[in-house]
Write a protein that binds this ligand. Structure first.
Ligand code: GRF
Length: 207
């Protein structure tokens, strides 16, 4: 099944670009119906427009979260969407918004990529926090989004090493290249097989 997605961004858009490339290389069977941003100056919007994608930019300043999200939802109503794909979208998504993407299996069809091995280093500066902590191994996480920030069910994780001579910048660049491979691959797996869920709370005990 070709996955119909809306990609939400706030900035650079390198993950969006990786998806566009993966679609064009036929590594990802998806259609980006719309690129949404809360920042009309986001570099990723230029990338989207260069590739002929539809964009919708709506600054959130001066608007209540609810009102901002409602306007985005109104815009998205014209598309048939399988998933909302967050790629550097710097706004928390409300429970009301998530409910509109409810899946009958009890999750929301909203997915995110986070720049750390969750549950370590949640929040807005995953790479910086992991680097400053002095980790030897870090990684990236693709997860479903739920009402709690950075706590949704994990779909995939990919580790990468931190080398002794790394600077924050070389460390982030290594992570970002891992993101660019992992996010399209996870989306492709969903396109092929749907979401395979590993429940968060295991009841089994290891003896
Ligand atoms: C990525 O590091 C992603 O993991 C995080 O925000 C960053 C977005 O980068 N959520 P880009 O806009 O895709 O280049």
């Amino acid at each position: 099944m070709s996955l119909k997605i809306a990609v939400f961004i706030s900035g650079r858009g390198s993950n969006l670009n990786a998806m566009i490339q993966a679609i064009s290389d036929k590594r990802l069977d998806a259609q980006i119906q719309c690129v949404v941003s809360n920042d009309p100056e986001a570099q990723g919007l230029v990338i989207a427009q260069q590739h002929g994608l539809q964009t919708f930019a709506l600054p959130h300043k001066g608007m209540k979260r609810r009102e901002h999200e409602e306007k985005i939802l109104e815009h998205l109503a014209q598309y048939e969407l399988d998933f909302v794909v967050l790629a550097g979208y710097m706004r928390v998504i409300s429970a009301e918004f998530l409910k509109r993407f409810h899946d009958e299996r009890g999750f929301y069809r909203v997915i995110n990529i986070h720049p750390s091995l969750l549950p370590s280093f949640p929040g807005v500066s995953g790479y910086e926090d992991a680097f400053n902590y002095g980790v030897k191994v870090s990684g990236v996480t693709v997860h479903l989004v739920d009402e709690e920030v950075d706590k949704g069910i994990i779909l995939a994780q990919e580790p990468f090493p931190r080398f002794p001579d790394d600077t924050l910048s070389t460390f982030c660049a290594r992570g970002l290249s891992v993101e660019h491979a992992l996010y399209p691959a996870v989306l492709q797996q969903i396109a092929k097989e749907g979401v395979s869920l590993i429940p968060k709370k295991q009841v089994e005990k290891v003896t």
